[in-house]
Design a binder for this molecule. Structure first.
Ligand code: ADP
Ligand code: MG
Length: 262
């Protein structure tokens, strides 16, 4: 079976002035089509490095990264990357910003443009299409960033802490919207987050990484009752709290080891 994402013995070393850092060591990970996987772990455990390797922005020092069965050697149109910062262009309107990804890929035409405008409407942004980014709230800007990413129809979405700069209520609302949007389209997604609840509420599987060197510590399969419930209500589902405590315990053990970078 061809996986949406497959990492085989992936290690990554950064070489800098202060020597070499083994950021990831021997990562084995397979993600199924349509699966939603979260990566959690203390700061510096290699989460962003892992996404950069999957996106093709970085090449692994050892091992192979495959997306849809093909070895990734450079950034590909199959993969959409969404970051904590929205990187909207301030001099472009929201409607124009939504089209940037399509423009950069040379895929902008009447049909793809219509799809991007449909997505804007679906995200509740139709009324602000003529406004500029600085006129919008943080949550709205992140929705525009999501539209821009989805407009190019990537098979795989990589989300690096996309909600962490938002206030709590906006973050919960956006979790609902993103979960529903990705599920209804059957997209595969990998989310990096600091937030254990968010990981459990949104995912099919949670991968816990430990730092120095970055390794997979535990993988938790989220039970069906939680998986099939939208993120906000999932937090009330049976078994949620127990799993939260289990993962919290993992973080405490890593702290006790002096795991996180300050
Ligand atoms: P996370 O996203 O989990 O906080 P990162 O993937 O950013 O972790 O970093 C993993 C490790 O690699 C850390 O020790 C970090 O300091 C180091 N690192 C990240 N990027 C670079 C870089 N460009 N050059 C050197 N070291 C880096
Ligand atoms: Mg990071």
């Amino acid at each position: 079976m061809v996986h949406a994402v497959e990492l085989d013995h992936v290690s990554h070393v950064y070489v800098g002035k202060r020597g070499a850092t083994l950021a990831l060591e021997q990562i084995q990970l397979q993600v199924r089509h349509g699966e939603f996987v979260s990566l959690i772990g203390p700061s510096g455990c290699g989460k962003t490095t892992l996404l950069s390797l999957i996106s093709g922005l970085l090449l692994p020092s050892a091992g192979t990264v495959k997306v849809a069965g093909e070895v990734i050697q450079k950034p590909s149109a199959k993969v959409g990357y969404m970051l904590q910062q929205d990187y909207l262009f301030p001099w472009r309107t929201i409607g124009e910003n939504a089209l940037i990804g399509l423009e950069l890929m040379g895929k902008l035409n009447a049909q793809t443009k219509a799809y991007a405008m449909e997505l804007l409407a679906e995200m509740g942004l139709a009324d602000v299409a003529g406004k500029y980014p600085q006129q919008l709230s943080g949550g709205m800007r992140q929705r525009v960033a999501l539209v821009r990413t989805l407009a190019t129809e990537p098979e795989l979405l990589l989300l690096d802490e996309p909600f962490s700069a938002l206030d709590y209520q906006t973050k919960l609302q956006l979790e609902e919207l993103v979960a529903e949007t990705l599920r209804s389209r059957g997209k595969t997604a990998i989310l990096v987050t600091h937030d254990i609840s968010e990981a459990l509420a949104m995912s099919d599987r949670v991968v816990v990484l430990e730092p120095r060197p970055g390794r997979i510590r535990t993988v938790v399969d989220v039970p069906t009752a939680i998986r099939e419930t939208p993120p906000l209500a999932a937090r009330e589902a049976e078994g949620f709290h127990q799993l939260f405590r289990q993962l919290w315990g993992q973080f405490e053990q890593m702290d006790a080891k002096g795991g996180a970078e300050i």
